[in-house]
Design a binder for this molecule. Sequence first.
Ligand code: NAD
Length: 297
Amino acid sequence: MNIGFIGLGNMGSGMAANLLAYCQREGHQLSVLDINPAAVALLEAKGATAASSAGELAAASEVLFTSLPSSKEINALALGDAGILNNLKPGAVWFDTSTNEVSAWEALRAQAVEGIDLVDAPVTGGSEGAAAGTLTMLLGGDKEVVERYRPLLESFTKRAVYMGPAGAGYTTKLAQLHLNYLVAQGIGEALMLGAKAKLDLNTLYDVLNNSCARSYVVENYIPKVLDGSYDRSFKLGLAEKDMRLINQLGEHLDIELTLGSVVYDTYQKATKAYGFDAPHLSVVRLIEDQSNTLLRE
Ligand code: NAD
């Protein structure tokens, strides 16, 4: 089977490497594409083939994966004569692992010719999970197609969960991210309470992490605030995009996301202050700057 993978960034590089190992065991071929030549070279060195364009890759792929920043890049690669949609052959399946918006994906699905399947397949578990092959994938689309490719999907994830028809994967991902970002801003505020009251922040972390407030975010993000790195494995601008999509989905479903709108505002301010490529926990740096207090010794 010929498989294509577009987007070899923090997430895509790990997923493609694990997929490549599976392809090499099973006799499949993996071709990859990214505008960053260094990212392509890393996969080529492991045995993947470098593709020259999205259209060429789509034409040659029975299964195509994408891991791209947002709908802007996805649409740019998907549309036009040389785009993915125009070049996928009938019978091909496109799994988009990006965190994308349901309406943009619907518009692409409407333009796909008969016989091509588009499945939303966003992932959760971070870049460390992508590298370790322990991601959870959330799938929306034709159930029969998902089940047909389950062994392939589970070759680079720990769990591939079928969530429902098209869009259900993205919607699940946005619900998960909603909680993730609320808690990320929350850890900044909780630590600031401790810092201003002169508590020892390492002891406070230990208490939070062994209390009913414990979560993945508390356990894994607080150390990256306390060491001042703010977690380089995920870009602040992508987190801001996610908060925008969460609020758009709330509007679409006619839900008032009181916390969602406040947290989106914070991520917008942080992205304005520190830039798109800043580490995502710069949202806590904003709280530090506003309080004139660093959350570390
Ligand atoms: P990233 O910015 O590190 O990677 C994106 C990659 O896409 C880059 O290598 C970039 O060069 C490539 N790219 C951009 N435009 C391209 C084009 N026109 N043609 C080919 N390649 C192109 O982002 P990431 O952190 O890997 O995230 C990818 C997606 O996964 C995003 O939608 C993000 O929201 C989502 N996500 C990220 C994480 C995380 O922890 N990093 C976790 C879950 C989901």
